[in-house]
Design a protein around this ligand. Structure first.
Ligand SMILES: Nc1ncnc2c1ncn2[C@@H]1O[C@H](COP(=O)(O)OP(=O)(O)O)[C@@H](O)[C@H]1O
Ligand SMILES: [Mg+2]
Length: 246
């Protein structure tokens, strides 16, 4: 089996410093096509750093500051910018609900299609996304800033889907949402995955993440200490103790 065909994202031995602070040491992880892969672990463990390097938010440059190999869809993507990665089919749903608060729901979705020239297709996709998020459909003319937190997160997610990503990176998407919206969000992630998008999910809600993922990586400060498929991790004593309340 060719490695390139079975891996959409491959990260090897990633080490990241902020100045003299080592945020991540020798982290290796991968995402296979059609997988949901979760990354769980305490605050400050380096999970967001990993996502930021992969998605080009933090430039991954060779040398003593940041080392490691990152391949997406068979290509070396080290050093590529976020906008270049978006063209290749990778999008990041960043931490915090980043919507354009003064723009309407529809305008936010239009912004999501900004790199695309096929305006008619963009309109069709907006309609498709509004069907997918009925909470937004009734509010297309409402300013995003007036939506509830849960609705804003749906909008941020909808906007990232406008780019039709092969791989969606999501950083703590459930943070600060009401329990009702946490459920909706996770259902949506499962559905998005079934429609063919691979997902790399960083979550403080380990219980929920382990419910929907296929595989997961467990972080401790600056390191990945454990990984495996869902079943093996849910059954692991260390994971149970630290994350699953038993
Ligand atoms: N911009 C930054 N400058 C300096 N240190 C940072 C910066 N961002 C994160 N860190 C540090 O890097 C480590 C990992 O942080 P982060 O990747 O945000 O962890 P997590 O997402 O797992 O909570 C922490 O010690 C954090 O304080
Ligand atoms: Mg984080």
């Amino acid at each position: 089996m060719s490695k390139n065909n079975s891996v959409i994202l491959s990260v090897k031995n990633l080490t990241v410093y902020y100045g003299v602070v080592k945020a991540l040491e020798n982290a290796s992880f991968e995402v296979h096509p059609n997988e949901i892969v979760a990354m769980i672990g305490p605050n400050g463990a380096g999970k967001s750093t990993a996502l930021k390097v992969v998605s080009g938010v933090l430039p991954a440059t060779d040398g003593e500051i940041r080392t490691g190999e990152i391949e997406f869809d068979g290509k070396n993507i080290k050093g590529l910018r976020t906008d270049q990665l978006v063209h290749l089919g990778m999008t990041l749903l960043p931490e915090g609900r980043r919507v354009f608060k003064n723009m309407t729901v529809r305008e936010n979705l239009e912004m999501g299609g900004y790199i695309r020239n096929d305006k008619k297709e963009v309109r069709n996709d907006i309609d498709r996304i509004l069907e997918f998020f009925p909470q937004l459909k009734e509010r297309t003319k409402q300013r995003a800033g007036t939506l509830s937190g849960g609705e804003q997160q749906m909008l941020a997610l909808g906007r990232s889907l406008m780019l039709k990503p092969k791989l969606l990176l999501a950083d703590e998407p459930s943070l600060g949402l009401s329990p009702n919206y946490v459920d909706i969000l996770f259902d949506k992630l499962v559905e998005i995955n079934k429609n063919g998008t691979s997902i790399l999910l960083v979550e403080q809600n380990a219980m929920m993440a382990l419910e929907i993922c296929h595989r997961a990586y467990v972080y401790e400060i600056g390191k990945i200490v454990l990984d495996g498929d869902r079943e093996s991790l849910v059954g692991d004593e260390r994971v149970k103790k630290a994350y699953l309340g038993g």
